[in-house]
Every structure is written in C-alpha cells, then in structure tokens.
Design a protein around this ligand. Structure first.
Ligand SMILES: Cc1cc2nc3c(=O)[nH]c(=O)nc-3n(C[C@H](O)[C@H](O)[C@H](O)COP(=O)(O)OP(=O)(O)OC[C@H]3O[C@@H](n4cnc5c(N)ncnc54)[C@H](O)[C@@H]3O)c2cc1C
Length: 392
C-alpha cells in the first residue's frame, strides 16, 4: 500500500499534524483508541493550553528551538479552533484552560478535523520494521494479526515519550532516531512526584500546603502535597523537571513571607495558646505536629521572643529535604529530553540529515511546564510539520 504521508502515533501531535498535512495521510497507532492521554488529561477535562504560553515555559537544551512553532500556531489559534467547535471551557488557575465538560470533546474535535482533511486512521496497528528506500520509507506493520507493508514518501514520528507505559508509551521514537543516527538527549521522567528512601513523610500523607519549592535552577510557588512515598502537588511536579538526582530541594512553607508578622500579632492577641496551636492556624495541623520535635515547638506563644519567632519562621521558610529519586515513568506526566533539536528544522520539524523524516510532540527535546504547555507544544509542532508537508 502507498501513501504520501505516514504518521506514527494518533496522540495530540499526530492528530494535529494529520489535520494539516494535506492529501493522502495515514495515521497508525497501536492503541485501541486515538488520543488516550488527552482523554485522561487534566482529571478528564484536558488542560488543553495556557493563556500565558511562551517559550520561557519550555525546557530544552536549545531554548530557542520551540519559538518558531509556538509563534506560528499559538494558544489563541487553538482556542479559536475549540470555540469553532462550540466546546465550552474555563480558566482554572494561572492561565490554565480546561474543558467545561470532558476531554473527549477535544478528541472528537481532532478526529473531525482529520476527517475533514481526509486522513485515515488505523488503530491496533504495531510497527514491525522501518527502512528507507529511494521512494521514501517502507514500514511493515501488523494489524489484526496480518502483516502489511506501507510505502510512504514522508514519515512523521509522533509516538510520544516514555511516560506511563500502561497508557501505551513505548519509546519507539528514540529507537527510530537511533536507527537513523539522529542524536537523542537522554530521556528522563518530568512532572513527576519525588520519593524519599526512609518514607519520612508517610505520617503526612494527604496533607497539602502552599509552598515555594526551589531547586538549584529555579523555583515554583504553588501547592505541595505529601504522599505515602514522598512529595507531589503542582509546585513539586514543576520543580521535578529541573531537579537532578542527588540534589536537595528547599520548601518554603511561608511563600508570602508574612508568618513572622502574623505570629507576633498572635502573641499579643492569644498569648496563652500553645505555640503549636497558633502555628496550626497558619499551617496544616499535621504538618505542625510533624515538625514539632525537630523545631522544638514547645511552650505558649507568649513565651516566645521576637528572636525565637524569627528562628521558627526562618526554619519554616527554608526546609531543606533531599529526595532519593522520583516515581519514574510509571506516573511522570511527561518525558524530558528526546530527539536533539539541533538535528531538526525548527520551522518544519524535519530531520536535517534524513529528508522527509519528521519528529513532533513529546518525543522532541522540548518539555513544557505543568499547566497546558505540553499540549500547546503538541499542537504547535504538529501544525508546523503538517503545514510543511502540505506545502510539499
Ligand atoms: C496523566 C497525564 C495527564 C496529563 N495532563 C496534561 C494536561 O492536562 N495538559 C497538558 O498540556 N499536558 C498533559 N499531559 C501531557 C500530555 O499528555 C503530553 O505531553 C501529550 O499527550 C504529548 O502528545 P504526543 O502526541 O507527543 O504524544 P501522545 O499523546 O503520548 O501520543 C503518542 C501516541 O503514540 C502511540 N504510540 C506509542 N508507541 C507506539 C508504537 N510503538 N506504535 C504505535 N503507536 C505508538 C500511543 O498509543 C499514543 O496514541 C498529561 C500527561 C499525562 C500522562
């Protein structure tokens, strides 16, 4: 069978590319349904983009690479598409846009766009062998137990990263890159909960608190969540993408910097209360109990000098903890690293060394922050490749 363009992966980037890549497009995927990660994303409501998406919200060895695609297909373009389909949405927080009803609306929209452009979709199709010949690419696949050879002029690799193997992630993109001698920046889990070897936070499992989480490279102000295995919550997930094994992180449990002042006020208004009870008005009770021995939180608030309250506030704003590792690809929302952007055109996503071979979406070394940025990269890179393919 011959096609002009074969896209491997019917996820966010692959479907977007298929909708724009012109005639004679076939998308294949080994999953039972297209867009499975879209379906489960954002708690089933898909955080499909971010109002403030800009190149600064992406991690890559080359921070300039994503600029072109993000500028040519923006969050406003995707919002316009969503509006065109009458999909209702709302801003949850920090510019994060979610569907009002269900993430399935986004999948249905992308499937409709694919149908409009005449793209075909084969599900439950496994890639067996890929080779290059004079006409382009020869791909042997297995569908319903039968082997089929597809001859394609152009091949688009859109099969994502390694995150959540249970959802169908295989890392095939990196194998294809290596087959064609295209460099790959070592993949690692991103937007992932951090773990601690001694399970020290087990008594705090379920406790959440606003915090500033600082790594050697950056900091994020959002909630943290203690888990049985360690730390999660948006601020920790964000920081995890910048954290490297062996490093400590700092938790600032007083991100607004107002705790000392509040404690001084409390001392004059409720001096007979225990220091721990007063602290529990500003921090979760279980967290105060947990820290009580280490910080020697004994006595009434009236007994605490300014200096002592200063020491307590300072300790709570600079709590250094050293993660042993992360939960890994099992729960990571994204895969950091990937196809080295130096090997790709930032305009078209085409390989510089293998003509007509494209890489888009999460498999590329461009990783967004938490908050709709990763889908925006999938839309922008998929669109850029699709437009380039359609233009011939
Ligand atoms: C739980 C969870 C929630 C998330 N929530 C959000 C969110 O709300 N907002 C946001 O911006 N990002 C979110 N993300 C990240 C986002 O889902 C990804 O960045 C995005 O899906 C990447 O798009 P992609 O098309 O590159 O890859 P994918 O969407 O992963 O698509 C890849 C496709 O390739 C197929 N495939 C893989 N291997 C093979 C193979 N060997 N043969 C054939 N097909 C193959 C897969 O089945 C899949 O359909 C979330 C991720 C997870 C795991």
């Amino acid at each position: 069978m011959n096609v002009e363009t074969l896209i491997i992966g019917a996820g966010a980037a692959g479907m977007m590319c298929a909708a724009h890549a012109g005639n004679d497009v076939l998308v294949i995927d080994h999953a039972k349904a297209a867009g499975e990660k879209i379906r489960i994303s954002g708690g089933g409501r898909c955080n499909f983009t971010n109002l403030y998406a800009s190149p600064q919200n992406f991690i890559s060895q080359n921070p300039h690479f994503a600029k072109s695609a993000l500028k040519r297909y923006t969050q406003w373009d995707f919002i316009a598409l969503v509006d065109q389909y009458g999909i209702k949405w709302h801003e949850k927080t920090l510019g994060q846009l979610f569907c009002d009803t269900t993430a399935k609306d986004i999948i249905a929209m992308l499937r409709a766009e694919m149908e409009k452009s005449g793209a075909k979709l084969w599900l439950q199709t496994d890639v067996k062998v890929i080779s290059r010949n004079a006409e382009g690419f020869r791909v042997i696949v297995e569908k319903s137990g039968r082997s089929t050879t597809i001859q394609a002029q152009k091949l688009v690799v859109a099969c994502g990263g390694k995150s959540i193997p249970k959802m169908g992630a295989t890392g095939l993109a990196y194998q294809i890159a290596s087959q064609f001698d295209i460099p790959v920046v070592a993949p690692r889990p991103g937007l992932v909960p951090l773990t601690f070897s001694d399970e020290k936070f087990k008594p705090l499992a379920g406790v959440a608190a606003p915090s500033r989480v600082t790594t050697a490279r950056t900091s994020f102000d959002e909630a943290i969540l203690f888990t049985h295995r360690g730390l999660s919550g948006p601020a920790v997930l964000q920081a995890s993408s910048y954290w490297e094994e062996g490093e400590a992180i700092t938790l600032n449990l007083d991100p607004s910097g107002t705790l000392l002042q509040k404690l001084q006020q409390d001392r004059s208004t409720q001096g007979r209360k225990a220091l721990t009870s007063v602290l529990a008005q500003h921090l979760p009770t279980r967290l105060v109990e947990f820290l009580s021995a280490d910080l020697n939180l004994s006595g009434n608030i009236a007994d605490q000098s300014d200096r002592r309250l200063g020491e307590i506030s300072a300790a709570l704003s600079a709590w250094e903890v050293k993660p042993a590792g992360s939960e890994g690809y099992r729960t990571a929302e994204v895969t950091l690293g990937g196809i080295d952007t130096d090997a790709l055109s930032s305009q078209t996503m085409m390989s510089k060394s293998v003509p007509n071979l494209y890489f888009i979406g999460e498999c590329v070394d461009v990783t967004g922050w938490l908050g709709g940025y990763n889908f925006q990269w999938a839309w922008s890179s998929g669109w850029a490749a699709g437009k380039a393919i359609a233009a011939g």
